[in-house]
Design a protein around this ligand. Structure first.
Ligand code: PLP
Length: 454
């Protein structure tokens, strides 16, 4: 007999400690149980249809139910469900994926190190960056600079690289030799000072140079950043920011790491966020979109500057995961990337869907609750403001973002609240009609929220 929603909720509360969840609140309220999905829609255990404007968790870029991915997993499970890549062994899907990734990434990338997730990918970054400088005889270069409100994962190193105050407050983080600068958030930090976006972008980049000089350039190993901060609230930096960051990294010879876990595989309208932002990273972390979330896989693209040192001078790199290059995950990734290529999804985001979404978001700025609205490719953010003219925010205890998120839940839309920034990152396979449908839901939820708070 199939279980009812209440049965699921009772068993869930009794046994399942969810990630990023207040356990007590969950036990009282009960989870929403998602049972199935197709294309860009989910259905919960009560039969409600929900438009998933967050692509699962920024990952289901090709939409749900793609037969090609299911077939690739099934065939590989039958052929060879597992073998590892340790100690001079390899499997055909892992080799083929490494080859294909070097084709779809910028030319400096010809090698990949596989992990099981984005967090593990960033742990690999920390170990690899430090190993690189060790091999070059500069072991004092250990410090990695990141940004406040960045998200780089949940392992000790990932959470330390990240700049989430709530995460740093638990468990003695960050680990040593990781330090942070302020984020390039124009609306909150530049606009109130009357700075143009471009001037603010240059100012925010200059904070990196200031930090390098404070730490001592000879101690700085790398700078890491997401091209667009995702979990931080889809913070889209001014166009001047990343080129200035690149110039500073070049000036001091420090490695640039682009965390492409969200921005990779077409989200910003180019294959990689670094291409949209105009940087030439030495390392790139990826995960999520590599398999469209159908199966866990992550990794680090290793640019030639680092790869040559590790290969020619490094000897054994004492690092790896059981699931590095998992054959089933790699087979799914191959099918997924070929599908992205065949359906020209990246071009569609750049030439059609991205500009179309941008027009809609521009129109949202007229809404009385909206202080700002912006997009980059197929990701977007709406800032809810108490006074749109001055940009005055709501008191944080009102939790207006959560009020709006509640209306989204009730109206068949998944949108995420980061403070009072309402964010989306819908599947790249959406049609224009589906964007229209999503915008009707977004407007309805903004209206309902406005009625609650005005
Ligand atoms: N880096 C970024 C930019 C992310 O957004 C995430 C997850 O959201 C991660 C790293 C961590 O990836 P995972 O959850 O697969 O460990």
């Amino acid at each position: 007999m199939s279980r009812t929603t209440q049965d699921w909720q009772a068993a869930d509360a009794a046994h399942f400690l969810h990630p990023f969840t207040d356990f007590d609140a969950l036990a009282k309220k009960g989870s929403r149980i998602i049972e199935r999905a197709e294309n860009i829609y989910l259905w919960d255990s009560e039969g409600h249809k929900i438009l998933d404007a967050m692509s699962g968790l920024w990952c289901v870029n090709v939409g749900y139910g793609r037969q090609e991915l299911i077939d690739a997993a099934t065939a590989q499970l039958k052929q060879l469900p597992f073998y590892n890549a340790f100690f001079q062994t390899a499997t055909p899907p892992a080799i083929e994926l490494a080859e294909l990734l070097s084709e779809v990434t910028p030319p400096q990338f010809r090698h990949v190190f596989f992990s099981g997730s984005g967090s593990e990918g960033n742990d690999t970054v920390v170990r690899m960056v430090r190993r690189y400088w060790d091999v070059l005889g500069q072991p004092e270069r250990k410090v990695i600079i990141s940004r406040n409100n960045a998200y780089h994962g949940s392992t000790m190193a990932g959470a330390s690289l990240g700049g989430m105050s709530g995460m740093h407050a638990q468990g003695g983080l960050p680990i040593p030799d990781i330090t942070h600068i302020e984020q390039p958030y124009w609306y909150e930090l530049g606009r109130p000072q009357g700075l143009s976006r471009d001037d603010f972008g240059r100012l925010a980049a200059s904070w990196l140079e200031k930090k390098i000089l404070e730490v001592g350039p000879e101690r700085v190993a790398a700078f890491i950043g997401e091209p667009v901060q995702g979990a931080g609230g889809v913070i889209i930096p001014p166009a001047t920011y990343w080129p200035a960051i690149q110039a500073i990294c070049d000036k001091y010879g420090i490695l640039l790491v682009s965390d492409e876990v969200i921005c990779g595989f077409g989200r910003t309208g180019r294959w990689w966020g670094c291409e949209t932002m105009g940087t030439r990273p030495d390392l790139m972390t990826f995960a999520k979109g590599v398999t469209s979330g159908y199966i866990p896989l992550g990794g680090v693209m290793v640019g030639e500057r680092v790869a040559r040192v590790l290969i020619e001078q490094g000897g054994e790199f004492n690092h790896g995961y059981t699931y590095s290059g998992h054959p089933v995950a790699c087979a799914v990734a191959l099918a997924n990337i070929r599908l992205i290529q065949r359906e020209r999804l990246v071009d569609r985001v750049r030439d059609d869907l991205g500009p179309y979404l941008a027009q809609h978001f521009e129109a949202l700025k007229a809404h009385p609750l909206v202080g700002d609205a912006e997009t980059c490719g197929l990701m977007g953010a709406v800032v809810l403001a108490r006074d749109k003219a001055s940009g005055t925010p709501f008191a944080s205890d009102l939790e207006v973002g959560m009020v709006c998120r509640g209306h989204c839940f009730g109206n068949g839309l998944i949108m995420r609240a980061v403070g009072d920034r309402m964010i989306i990152a819908p599947p790249l396979v959406m049609t224009r009609d589906q964007i229209d449908e999503m915008m009707v839901l977004i407007k309805r939820c903004l209206d309902l929220t406005w009625a609650d708070v005005k």
